[in-house]
Ligand binder design. Structure first.
Ligand code: UD1
Ligand code: UDP
Length: 390
């Protein structure tokens, strides 16, 4: 008898990081067949993560185009994933989060009448334009999903408030914590990351304070990123600080970062790092400035103060944990908040508490167990279930 197939579709760096533990866990399930489809909405950064987690896609659609626009990307994902669904005939498609890959793949699955499992379901800012287009994407995925893997109680609450049935929601924790713990453990056992980074980036040697930066959101391309870069230039006037910015390969991001920051000695515009290297660098840093979603979830576990370059967040749990502050993209606000953290030791200590509101590292196990119970019930017993996330 053929086994029920779970098709996992991923396209970008954060989806790959957060689905890597789910892919590994599902591939250990004896009674489910797992097929991984990479849309390759991101090319280099997806390959980087797959190499880090030793994952090979079964199907690679190779869709990324330089400076792609949302319309053509959406149309391509919809068409190509539609074909994959017709070939693979999965019992269920798993998508992650709020990317174009997730939104268009879930729409293709909806058209094909296939069950959809949404990993990281239920995040909301309540503002369709922030982040853009991700708030639309995540709501659209939730509109057509069958199973909702909510990372937190807050996400579950958001879904219930929209009329989603409680029966279809499982609170799992965020799989990014699974990925982070796997990576910390791997680095502890195998080492080598610090030495490699010290050799490549000598400014990381010694004990200078590192301000780590990431910024790439589409709604920030025109003004927000330029304003951030001007703030970084002012922060770097303090030469005891090293500003390190692994720049997203989007040409619109590269252009702005290079035009404002090239030639500043203690500002380092570097290539995107492998995930284990980036995790090491987060731990090495004094402060993180970011508009990334995933980093807001990782930072509370690492106890690093984070200034979030957005006006609203879909991750209020990070704010409540006390390590994360929303600063938006105003140059003066970013400079003032960062300078306060650099100068006021008591304030810095207050913002560096280590708390993890995003899970216990067993989210992927809960997802696998749920899928086994649903799609291979004859091989599931209650004793294989996991305790619910408190
Ligand atoms: C996408 C997601 C965003 C996510 C981000 C993570 C959407 C609408 N946006 O935004 O939610 O936070 O990924 O990074 O799905 N590029 C490369 N190499 C790569 C990756 C990107 O050269 O490995 C360049 C290409 O020119 C590409 C451009 O970046 O066209 C934009 O990529 P795209 O995925 O469309 O948008 P992101 O801003 O990366
Ligand atoms: N990250 C990485 N290398 C880098 C920068 C970020 O591995 O050079 C990781 C980071 O730890 C987090 C994820 O990439 O897990 C965030 O991805 P991104 O900022 O691209 O997307 P977002 O989280 O905003 O959707």
């Amino acid at each position: 008898m053929t086994q029920p197939t779970i098709l996992i579709v991923v396209g970008t760096r954060p989806e790959a990081i957060k689905m890597a533990p789910v892919i590994h866990r599902l591939r250990r399930e004896a009674h489910l067949r797992t097929v991984v489809c990479a849309t390759a909405q991101h090319r280099q950064m997806l390959d980087q993560v797959f190499a880090n987690f030793e994952i090979k896609a079964d199907i690679d659609l190779d869709l990324m185009r330089a400076d792609q626009n949302l319309t053509s990307l959406t149309a391509n994902v919809l068409t190509h994933v539609g074909r994959v669904l017709a070939e693979v005939k999965p019992a269920c498609v798993l998508v992650h989060g709020d990317t174009t890959t997730a939104m268009a793949s879930s729409l293709a699955a909806f058209y094909a009448n296939v069950d959809i499992g949404h990993v990281e379901a239920g995040l909301r800012t309540g503002d369709l334009l922030q982040p853009w287009p991700e708030e639309f994407n995540r709501r659209a995925v939730d509109l057509v999903s069958t199973h909702y893997f909510a990372p937190t109680r807050q996400a579950q609450h958001n879904l219930l408030a929209e009329g989603i049935s409680g029966e279809s929601i499982l609170v799992t924790g965020n799989t990014v914590i699974d990925a982070l713990l796997m990576t910390l453990d791997h680095t502890r056992r195998h080492g080598g990351v610090a030495a490699a980074l010290h050799a490549r980036y000598p400014f990381l040697q010694g004990d200078s304070r590192v301000v780590l930066v990431t910024g790439h959101r589409r709604e920030n391309h025109e003004y927000g990123l330029a304003s951030l870069c001007r703030a970084l230039k002012r922060i770097a006037a303090d030469t005891s600080v090293q500003v390190v910015y692994p720049v997203h390969p989007n040409p619109n991001v590269q252009r702005i970062a290079a035009s404002v920051l090239s030639g500043v000695d203690n500002v380092h515009l570097i290539a995107p790092l492998d995930y284990p290297e980036f995790v090491w660098l987060m731990r090495r840093s004094a402060i993180i400035l970011t508009d990334s979603g995933g980093i807001q979830e990782e930072a509370p576990s690492l106890g690093k103060p984070v200034l979030v370059l957005r006006d609203v967040t879909e991750r209020p749990e990070a704010l409540e944990a006390g390590t994360v502050t929303l600063v938006g993209t105003d140059e003066h606000r970013i400079y003032d908040e960062c300078t306060r953290l650099l100068k006021d030791e008591a304030y810095y200590r207050d913002c560096s508490t280590r708390r993890n509101p995003f899970g216990d590292g067993r989210a992927s196990e809960r997802i696998a167990s749920f899928l086994r119970a649903r799609y291979a019930p004859e091989h599931h017993s209650a004793s294989l279930g996991l305790p619910a996330l408190s």
